[in-house]
Design a protein around this ligand. Structure first.
Ligand code: FAD
Ligand code: NAG
Ligand code: NAG
Ligand code: NAG
Length: 497
């Protein structure tokens, strides 16, 4: 090992971003005896995409809300369990879906179940086919889905025209629901590789995919993770402007460091290693200018090609419910829509991109609360509307679907703004048609990597965050595991000298 690679006893570490990935990484390093750590966070509070706000009579989640995969194999579930945070959980894996159409019809629950079942079997089949790698890179989820839909629709010839139209409208709604799930504007933006790479943690004991909801779960969990981090190690309201790396920067005590982190407030921090956990959206926006020297072309290309989209939530509080007590989710079907017709962004009628509204329960805690989800260009667009505009459009929408000219009054509206948030610039990642799972690994590759042996200090820049987890991207558990992974990389480096 040459002199530049001689490892210091106590390296200086900087973690950029105090989301769950950054907080998880710092926590693990601290508990492994690394003491010289600073977490540098742009916002006035830690958490990033874990964020709760007061709304009506309760606290609601702007970002992460569900544990996807309620199993001990999921570190989020495991931690929540250890810390006793799983009181009053609700399993939302198989919600009671009540479907209304724009022709004021309530769809027959049996037909709804049948079509929903069809839609999941299409997805399951697509999953299988993707795993068998029968698709090429150019194939999108829309390609797979539509191929199957065409076969199905051919079997509906015997159905009454009205029923056929409703079923097609419902399939179209279910496709939009999938889009929301991927934070995409259309399934044609998402690669079939998404199915090959993304893993669902299944709970075989309970035979479900366990989608658990529990009020304030994520903020509480983040609090627990922050407990091991001394307050002075977390610098808030300190946006990082540029990262100078591969250099030799002298500190006041004349020690040399390869990395210099420049902050917007004019300050700087020197480091041996920097774990970067800012969102892929921020990397897309600033990746070219954030690093000096520039990142390798391949990595920049991965950043540009990978998918990162917007999903927003619209919280609505009503004076009284206009839905049935048993309903968990209200689905809105536009009867003239079919999954076979190409859907272009439609900002003028943005509400057509909000396929479902979830009902919060119990009413005693939340009041009469609904949350709608919306993705794509329409989700970005509604961030620019006033709450009045959103409220009046949605009041018209619900009047149209219920056929009731007077609906219970809408007391309160709240729209999340993940796209215009400069420290997120969208919601979460997916594998776009322009990318592959390998690109996730490319993004994750630390710089310089141990194998390069260029003589410059190893692992100056390490990449964490939701988008760097190949099989669990887009989730909190993926983000946490990515932070732990990068912490382990440094722990390994310093334990194998
Ligand atoms: C609407 C929505 C719903 C979701 N629902 C779920 C769900 O139900 N279940 C689930 O598991 N996951 C869900 N997710 C995903 C989950 O929230 C994220 O995957 C996870 O929180 C990401 O954590 P992270 O640490 O990778 O990134 P982030 O939480 O984005 O953390 C990055 C941090 O870096 C900071 N930062 C950015 N730029 C700079 C800079 N220049 N200088 C300093 N700091 C900077 C940011 O302020 C932020 O705090 C949802 C996300 C959204 C947006
Ligand atoms: C759901 O679809 C599968 C085939 O994919 C079928 O075997 C099953 O009986 C269906 N269930 C319902 C409730 O329609
Ligand atoms: C894929 O790349 C092409 C060419 O750069 C671009 O026009 C298109 O918008 C990209 N699509 C997605 C879904 O990222
Ligand atoms: C980093 O510095 C080394 C020499 O110290 C040089 O060989 C290498 O090309 C540099 N890497 C970059 C990305 O500038």
């Amino acid at each position: 090992m040459n002199s530049k690679n001689t490892l210091k006893k106590s390296p200086k570490l900087v973690v950029i971003g105090a989301g769950i990935a950054g907080v998880g990484a710092a926590g693990k390093l601290l508990t492994h005896g690394f003491t010289d750590i600073q977490i540098v966070e742009a916002s006035s509070q830690p958490g990033g995409r874990i964020k709760s706000s007061l709304f009506g009579k309760s606290t609601v989640d702007e970002g992460a809300q569900y544990i996807h995969g309620a199993s001990v194999k999921n570190p989020i579930f495991q931690l929540a369990k250890e810390h006793g945070l799983l009181q009053e959980t609700q399993d939302r894996s198989d919600p009671e879906l009540s479907v209304l159409t724009n022709m004021q019809k309530q769809m027959d629950p049996d037909v709804t179940k049948e079509v929903k079942n069809l839609s999941s079997s299409i997805l399951r089949r697509a999953h299988l086919i993707a795993q068998q790698k029968q698709y090429t890179q150019a194939n999108s989820l829309a390609d797979v889905y539509l191929e199957e839909v065409k076969m199905l629709v051919a079997q509906w010839d015997g159905d009454h025209t009205d029923l056929r139209r409703q079923k097609l409208g419902l399939l179209s709604m279910l496709m939009k629901w999938q889009c929301v799930h991927h934070a995409a504007g259309s399934l044609s933006e998402v690669s079939v590789h998404e199915y090959e790479e993304y893993n669902t943690i299944e709970d075989h004991d309970r035979n479900s995919q366990g989608m658990l909801y529990c009020s304030r779960l994520f903020p509480n969990l983040l609090e627990k993770l922050l407990e091991v981090i001394p307050r002075e190690k977390l610098l808030l309201k300190k946006p990082v402007q540029q990262i100078l790396w591969n250099g030799s920067f002298e500190s006041e005590d004349r020690s040399l460091y390869p990395v210099k982190v420049l902050c917007e407030d004019g300050g700087h921090i020197l480091a041996d290693h920097v774990i970067l956990s800012i969102s892929l959206g921020c990397l897309k926006a600033n990746g070219q200018s954030l690093f000096q020297p520039r990142l390798p072309e391949q990595k920049l290309n991965a950043i540009q090609s990978m998918g990162f989209g917007t999903m927003n939530k619209i919280y609505l509080e009503f004076e009284a419910p206009f839905w049935d007590e048993n309903t968990d989710v209200i689905g809105l079907v536009w009867e003239e829509e079919t999954p076979l017709s190409r859907q272009e962004p439609n900002l003028a009628e943005w509400w057509k991109s909000a396929p479902v509204f979830y009902v919060f329960k119990p009413t005693e805690r939340y009041g009469h609360l609904l949350v709608g989800t919306i993705s794509g260009k329409e989700a970005e667009f509604i961030e620019s509307l006033s709450l009045q505009e959103v409220a009046s459009s949605l009041t018209c929408l619900f009047r149209q679907f219920t056929g009731r000219s007077s609906l219970p009054e809408l007391k309160n509206v709240f729209v999340t703004k993940w796209f215009s948030n400069p420290y997120t610039r969208g919601s979460y990642s997916h594998i776009s048609i322009n990318s592959t799972g390998d690109m996730i690994d490319l993004l994750t590759e630390p710089l310089p990597h141990a194998t390069e042996g260029s003589g410059s200090p190893m692992l100056q820049l390490l990449f964490a965050g939701e988008a760097t987890h190949r099989s669990y991207h887009s989730t909190t558990h993926g983000a946490l595991l990515s932070g732990w992974r990068e912490a382990e990389r440094l722990i390994d480096l310093y334990s194998t000298k």
